[in-house]
Design a protein around this ligand. Structure first.
Ligand SMILES: [Fe+2]
Length: 380
């Protein structure tokens, strides 16, 4: 193993996977990071990385901003992209790597007009949050005018990644919870997804078994390195699970809360997950006898919950404990209608239940009108 990697692993108490793919020579790399990503990771102090060309990414990947940043690179093609930060930063590293390898037609690829493309440049991911699990997925998300575009290619799967638990532990508890709730939703949705496999279901349950107790402990007792390791491991397993199964109804409904109203992804997803759980509970009141009933029992047992409603309450309680409240401009019924109409079709097709618009809106209103959601004239 290269000396640099040995030293890096030791200093940051992390493992680079797989070590053989990162030779420690970062010449020709471009670093994509958030404002806090580099300092949280401690990589700024590393002379091989601190001096590399760097692009800052804040918030979700916006199409126009991406095009601007590409033009600022003046036609150069780096050897690889190093992404250091949360899920949106790693997504940005992925789409940048794809665009730089497809300079002639990346606009069509990003907007879904072209499915064939050349492989992206190699990506090395250093996630500084335990949430998206994007170091294990072949997807990235781009927004344009509040519309979401999913880019998918096998080469978007990072070739190597590095986990730094201390970077996760250094974040504010609210941020830790938002990221972890996203990963919890990945596990739950992956487990019940129509396209789940035996492998993805095992990964999802294993991920939830790490995430849920770790998140509860972080909220009740505070974060420490041990809890951060569990959160990171759980989020990684969740990423591997959705890389196989993809997500379902909660993610289908959530994206507009982020693209139009600016709610952080994990916050938006956990609100919609609560709505989906309440809808499932309503369906179970009838003579529903499908596989989902067993799936809910299995997920509930990991969350130490009795049923879908109890799971919803537990998620709500965690959100309240870390102050995840929001205010919104439209009336709740108007907002619920907007979210349902904007739901992402391919994620809905992967959801285990069909729903009428009125049914899911009814469940959503119970969540939007709960004490955690404040209605006043401000935006989120
Ligand atoms: Fe997510």
């Amino acid at each position: 193993m290269n000396n640099w990697i040995a030293q890096f692993s030791d200093v940051h108490k992390c493992t680079i996977n797989p070590p053989a793919l990162v030779d420690g020579d970062f010449n020709g790399f471009v670093v994509v990071s958030g404002i806090a990503g580099l300092s949280a990771s401690g990589l700024l102090q590393n002379p091989s990385i601190g001096g590399l060309p760097r692009l800052i990414q804040q918030g979700d990947v916006q199409y126009d901003d991406l095009i601007f940043k590409l033009s600022s690179m003046h036609g150069s093609t780096p050897r690889a992209i190093l992404g250091i930060g949360g899920g949106a930063v790693i997504d940005f590293a992925k789409v940048l790597a794809l665009c730089l390898a497809n300079k002639d037609n990346y606009r069509d690829i990003l907007l879904g007009n072209l499915s064939l493309c050349r492989s992206a440049l190699p990506i090395f991911a250093v996630p500084t949050t335990a949430g998206s699990g994007s170091e294990h997925t072949r997807f990235a998300t781009v927004f344009r005018k509040e519309k979401k575009y999913s880019v998918e290619h096998i080469s978007l799967l990072p070739q190597a990644f590095c986990h730094i638990p201390d970077a996760i532990a250094a974040a504010p508890l609210r941020q830790i919870a938002i990221s972890a709730l996203d990963a919890v939703s990945h596990c739950i949705e992956s487990f019940w997804a129509k396209s789940a496999t035996q492998e993805s279901r095992s990964l999802a349950i294993a991920g939830l078994s790490d995430l849920w107790p770790a998140l509860s402990s972080a909220v009740e007792l505070g974060i420490n390195t041990e809890v951060a390791v569990r959160l990171q491991r759980g989020a990684s397993l969740a990423g591997q699970a959705i890389n196989i199964s993809k997500t379902t109804g909660a993610h289908a409904l959530a994206y507009r809360l982020t693209s139009k109203y600016g709610l952080p992804h994990g916050h938006a997803v956990s609100l919609m997950l609560q709505s989906v759980l309440l809808h499932i509970n309503e369906v179970f009141r009838s003579d529903y006898n499908g596989r989902l009933r067993n799936d809910i029992d299995r997920i509930a047992s990991v969350m130490n919950a009795n049923d879908a409603v109890d799971m919803q309450r537990k998620i709500s309680r965690i959100m309240n404990r870390v102050g995840l409240k929001f205010s919104y401009l439209p009336e709740p019924s108007e907002l619920a209608f907007e979210l349902v109409m904007a739901a992402e079709e391919n994620r809905l097709m992967n959801h285990p239940l069909k729903w009428e618009h009125e049914e899911i809106m009814h469940a959503m209103l119970s969540v939007l009108n709960s004490p955690g959601a404040e209605t006043d004239s401000k935006t989120f």
